[in-house]
Design a protein around this ligand. Structure first.
Ligand code: C2E
Ligand code: CA
Ligand code: CA
Length: 773
């Protein structure tokens, strides 16, 4: 749809209305005036005709009186009877003088003229109209227009009676230019008089100059319009014709003509005034319409402009527009309000879009933008990832409201430091200090963040890990920063290093961990043949024979090759696959236990368990079922647990372990000495063996410190009625020392490396009689 600007529409409407009104008035006035003028014309013409008739009538009356007086005059009668020409002429002359007659004559009854004053009719000449003579004699009088001597006369004829008619007296007025001029004086019309005899014009006079007469006569009864007169300019006369008399074979025709220019002169000036007025009104209206439409449309245009700016988010200009129109003023105020509302709402939306709802720190999306900005500015900066250790645990143990509170508090503490602070995910924050902090200040910031948190109903101690990414050295875009933060924070979590800077080996380890997760899942689901169990014997130092073996898992993957359990067990624990591994190990170990029994290899198989396994209530029933299915007793299996795993949910762990113990399983604390737990703590644990970590044993023969520790551990264990296993024995010296100190079991490469079930059986049989000490 084509659109027209408002001011143009208003302008067109107003101007159109005014022009229409002006035109209508103009046409109406025109029609009315034209009509009036025509009526006036008709009136003028008929008045003129009337006047002419009256003039002729009054002249006829005059003629009649004069003729009556003349014919009644006794002297005149006597002169006529006596044919006294001198007296007759003088009487005619005198009477004619009195009424200013143009023709006085005495005609014999036979029609031969006798005398006339002036001498229009010659003596002894036949009177040209014998019918008139007859009519006078028979009726006593006769009146008519008649041509006499090539002149037109109004004539009255009366008999001169003595007492019978003896002659005819004739009195006449000339119908000539003077009377026409007189008529024109009265009527203001041009008059043309024509006499026709048998269709031939025999006489013509006119008030019009000769050249115009023909033109006036040519357009009898034509009624030209004002327009045609104005345009053509060649119709100066409007004429009307009537027959004045038709007697004596002569037709007298009068043509009255009015000058059309004059006729329409008033009309012209009126039309001119109206036209001029119309034009003035139209111009004025046009001007006012333009002014008015501008007054309405200008603020609207300004408002439209403001709306466009609001649309692109520019709120700098006030939306109030100066106007005298109430509606526009209302609109402008509404605009102003809308602008401020839109602005506030936009600010709110922008804030929400950029900030984390819980902590009010920047969110991940926005900090990404800020990071990209820093990279494009070529800034040198450090991005510090902050991770709450075991944040999920906090949520689980203290509830989500307390977890949230922890985050809010931490965010508040963090936002006190200069720089950009953001929340990335769950318990992970990001801080980009405005100035690169020193190692000491990082430590002090860390301890500020770790201050105990007064949560809603508890005091929560939190530990945080800080992962540092130095940019652009360690990362050159936001995505890399996030990715490497994940890596460094993961590593910090796994290795329990609390402030850790990113370096490239870290990433290599990380991606290896990722591929381990992928491959391990595949192996467990589809390729369990990649897994195998090795056995490493434990030598009973008192009896000098092998009574236990430790089951150690082996994994040779198609794409990763051999992967050490040191590398994949921890990953499997984190990734949640450990249950699958443990099940596989237990199944295989129990099958092998049956094989060992059948081969008369009398050993108990120690299985390594993870924290998750201990907490798994299905594990014990499963083990018992499998043993029963293979006709094995609980002495066939024992378990090793790392002490760190027990600390997490102490009471539950104790309950579960107690159940194992109640069923006759031996349980050892693995890697003893590397954790934090005290002997007092161990005292309450339902375990019967301590397994001294190999780090204290590997160099036992030459390290006094290790010797002291191991000796102390052994005597302490014994005071708690526990057995001691030493692992990592690589030489005879260590074996000897341990035997001297009363250690119950020894395990190490010196005795035997972990090996397959088959090979172990052979080894076992080969070494039945070996003297180890
Ligand atoms: P661990 O339970 O402490 O196992 C003992 C580790 O020490 C084994 O390493 C073993 O090969 C090694 N070792 C034994 N004697 C010596 C020695 O004389 N010198 C040296 N240098 N090392 C010795 P391996 O098999 O690589 O296992 C590493 C760790 O993987 C284990 O440590 C254990 O924590 C875990 N692991 C192994 N198999 C399993 C399993 O089936 N389940 C679970 N949950 N963890 C397992
Ligand atoms: Ca172990
Ligand atoms: Ca160990």
């Amino acid at each position: 749809m084509t659109q027209t600007p408002l001011n143009q529409s208003i302008f067109r409407l107003v101007a159109g209305l005014v022009i229409l009104t002006a035109l209508t008035t103009f046409i109406n006035v025109w029609i009315a005036t034209d009509e009036q003028t025509r009526e006036k014309l008709e009136r003028d013409l008929s008045i003129a005709e009337n006047v002419l008739q009256r003039v002729l009538q009054s002249r006829e009356d005059l003629l009649y009186i004069s003729a009556s007086v003349l014919t009644a005059d006794f002297g005149f009668k006597q002169a006529v009877a006596s044919l006294d020409k001198g007296t007759i002429d003088s009487a005619l002359f005198n009477h004619g003088q009195r009424i200013n007659a143009d023709l006085m004559a005495l005609v014999s009854l036979t029609g031969s003229s006798i005398t006339s004053v002036p001498a229009a009719l010659k003596m002894d000449q036949e009177f040209p109209y014998p019918q008139a003579i007859e009519s006078v004699i028979s009726k006593g009088g006769y009146t008519s227009l008649m041509m006499l001597n090539k002149q037109l006369y109004q004539v009255i004829m009366l008999t001169v009676d003595a007492p019978t008619p003896i002659a005819i007296a004739l009195v006449g007025f000339k119908l000539g230019d003077p009377i026409l001029a007189q008529l024109k004086d009265i009527t203001k019309l041009e008059t043309t008089l024509q006499v026709y005899s048998q269709q031939n014009e025999i006489f013509k006079i006119s008030t019009l100059p000769a050249p115009l007469v023909e033109q006036a006569l040519a357009q009898i009864n034509e009624r030209p319009s004002w327009l045609s007169i104005t345009i053509t300019q060649d119709t100066p006369y409007v004429s009307q014709q009537f027959t004045l008399s038709d007697a004596l074979e002569h037709q007298t025709i009068i043509t009255l003509s009015e000058d059309a220019q004059l006729l329409f002169a008033d009309f012209n000036s009126l039309q001119f005034s109206i036209t001029a007025l119309g034009i003035i009104v139209i111009l004025l209206a046009t001007f006012l319409a333009a002014l008015f439409s501008r007054r309405i449309s200008k603020p609207l245009v300004v408002l439209a402009d403001i709306a466009k700016r609001i649309a692109v988010g520019d709120y700098t200009k006030d939306a109030v527009v100066e106007t005298k129109t109430t509606e526009v003023s209302l609109l402008s105020k509404a605009f102003s309000k809308m602008q401020s509302n839109v602005q506030t709402r936009e600010e709110e939306i922008i804030f929400q879009a950029r900030h984390d709802v819980l902590t009010s720190l920047y969110n991940r999306q926005h900090v990404e933008t800020l990071l990209e900005q820093k990279f494009s500015d070529n800034d040198n900066f450090v991005a510090i990832g902050i991770n709450i250790f075991g944040f999920r645990g906090i949520n689980d143990v203290f509830g989500y409201h307390n977890g949230d509170h922890c985050l809010e508090e931490l965010a508040q503490r963090l936002s006190k430091f200069d720089g950009i602070a953001a929340r990335l995910t769950g318990g992970e924050l990001l801080w980009i200090p405005s100035q690169q902090p020193s190692q000491e200040s990082i430590e002090s910031i860390k301890s500020t963040l770790e201050a105990p948190i007064n949560a809603i109903d508890v005091i929560i101690n939190i530990k945080v890990a800080l992962g540092l990414i130095y940019c652009p050295k360690d990362a050159n875009n936001a995505e890399q920063v996030f990715k490497r933060l994940n890596i460094v924070l993961d590593e910090a979590q796994i290795t329990r290093q609390f402030v850790l800077a990113f370096d490239s080996p870290l990433e290599a380890r990380y991606s290896r961990r990722l591929s381990i997760i992928t491959e391990l899942k595949n192996t467990l689901d589809h390729r369990q043949e990649e897994l195998s169990l090795n056995y490493q014997p434990k030598l009973d130092l008192q009896e000098g024979k092998v009574t236990h073996v430790e089951a150690l898992i082996r994994w040779t993957n198609t794409s990763l090759g051999f992967v050490s359990p040191e590398d994949f067990i921890a990953v499997a624990e984190q990734a949640g696959f450990i249950e699958g591994i443990t099940n596989w190990v237990i199944n295989r170990a129990i099958k092998d236990a049956a094989i060992f029994r059948d081969a008369e290899v009398d050993v108990s198989i120690a299985i390594n368990l993870s924290a998750k396994d201990i907490m798994n209530p299905a594990l014990l029933p499963n083990v018992l079922d499998l043993l029963q299915a293979n006709n094995l007793n609980t002495q066939c299996l024992s378990f090793e647990i790392t002490e760190g795993d027990l600390v997490k949910d102490h009471n539950k762990a104790i309950t579960h372990l107690q159940a194992f113990r109640d069923n006759g399983f031996e349980i050892a604390i693995d890697d003893f000495g590397t954790g934090y737990s005290s002997m007092a703590y161990l005292q309450n644990l339902p375990v019967n063996t301590l397994k001294v970590d190999k780090s204290f044993v590997l160099n036992l023969h030459e390290n006094q410190g290790d010797q002291k520790i191991v000796k102390t551990v052994i005597s302490l264990a014994h005071s708690f009625d526990m057995n001691v296993v030493a692992e990592g024995i690589e030489n005879i010296q260590a074996l000897t020392l341990l035997a001297q100190w009363g250690c119950e079991l020894a395990q190490g490469y010196y005795i035997c490396k972990p090996t397959s079930a088959d090979k172990f059986i052979s080894w076992y049989q080969d070494n039945l009689t070996t003297k180890w000490l």
